[in-house]
Unconditional design. Sequence first.
Lengths: 212, 241
Amino acid sequence: MSEPLLQAINLECERDERLLFQNLSFSILPGTVTRVEGPNGTGKTTLLRILAGLNDAWSGDLLWCGEPRSRQRESFLRNTLYLGHRPGIKPLLTPMENLRALMAGRRPVSDKLLSQALAGTGLAGFERVPCRNLSAGQQRRVALARLLIADEPLWLLDEVFTAIDASGVQAIEALLQQRAAEGGAVLVTTHHDLQLPGMNRITLGQGQNHEC
Amino acid sequence: MNAKVDAVLKPVETGVGPVQAMIAVFSRDVRVAFRQRQDLLNPLLFFVMVVTLFPLGVSPEVEFLRQSGAGILWVAALLSVLLSLDHLFRHDFDDGTLEQLVLQPQPLFLLVLAKTLAHWMLTGLPLVLLTPILGIMVHLEGNSIAILCLTLLIGTPVLSLIGAIGAALTLGLRSAGVLLSLLIIPLYIPVLIFGTGTVAAASEGAPVAGYLALMGAFLVLALTLAPFASAAALRISMSNS
C-alpha cells in the first residue's frame, strides 16, 4: 500500500445550522479515482471546497502526505488542482487568453502546448473568439483543457460533466482513468453515472443529516 | 514523508515565482478592463460631472471656486474611486477566477496587491491625469494645480488599497454598496483632510513638504499593510460563499 496523498480524519462540517457530515474519514491514494456521491444538498461541493482549502468552516484533521495540511500549504497548493462549479473563465477573454492566465499562476507553459490542449478539447478554431460567444459546454471545455496540461497529482473536480456532450463525457472518463494509471489521484463529484474499474466511493447524506 | 508520495509530488520550485504571477494577474485585469471600456469611463465621467456641476449648483464666482476647487476635486475623486470599488473583486468572484487566485501557490497578498495596482492604474491614475484640465476650470493657480496633482498621485493609490479591504470584506453580501461605503469612508477621511490641506497650504504660500511627507507615510502604510488585510478578508468571504 502506498501512502495517502490526502487524508481526512473525522471531518465535520455544519452549514446554516445544519450538520452536513460528521466523523467522515477517508484517504486519497495516488493512482485512484474517488467519486463523492449523494443527493443534492448533502455537502458534496462543500466537501470539495474544504479539501481544496477554500472553506475554513470545518473541524477534524486534514493530512497532506502525512502532515497537517496547514503546515504544508505551499506544497499542497502547488500539487492540487481544483475545478469548481464556476470554471474561472472570463467571458471577455478568448479561450487562449483564459487558459494562459489560468496556467500563468501555476507553471510555465508554452503557447504551443496551450493551443494543443484547446484543440484536444475540441476548441480548435475558437482560440480567438471571446468566451461569452461560446456555448456553456464550450466554456466548460476551456476549463477542462487545463486537465490536459495539468501536472498536479491531486485533482478535485466538482460536477465536471455538467453541460458536456456524450463524446466529451467519454473523453473525460478516459482521461481520469489514464490519470489514475499514471499515479495521479482524482476526486470527483458528479450526478452522472460514472463507472470506472477500481473506483472508490464516498457517500454523503446517509441518514446522518439531521436538524440540530 | 513516504518515498512513493514524494515521487508523485511536484516540488514547489517547479511552479511560477511570485513576481511572474503578479505580472500575469495585473496584465489579465488590464486586458479585461480594456475589453469593457464603458466600465473604465464610468468613474471618469462621474468625476468630470461632479466637478462641472458644482459651480452651476453653488456659485460660479472665481473667488469661491479658487478657494474650494481643490476640495471639490478631492471629494469627487474620492467618490469616484469608491464607485468603482465594487467591481474590484465582484466579477472575478462571480466567474470563479477568484477561487483559482486564492488557490495559487504564491502568497495571496502579493496577488491581491497586483490586482489593486491594476485597479489604481485603471481608475486612480486617469483621475490624476484629468485633474489639470478640471483644475483650470475651477480657476486654480498653476502652483496649486501641480500640488493638487501630486497629492492625488500619492492619495489615490491609498484609496484603492484601503478600498480593496472593504471590497474583499463585502464580497459575499448581496447588497454590498452601502456597507462598503460605511466601512471605507471613515478610513478615507484622513487622506482627504491631508490631501486638501496640502493644497490649501500651498495656495497660502506655506511650506508643504511636511504635508507631503505625511501623505507619503499614508501610502507606505497602506502599501505594506492593506494587501495582508485584503487577502485575509478574501479568504473569509471565500469561506462563507
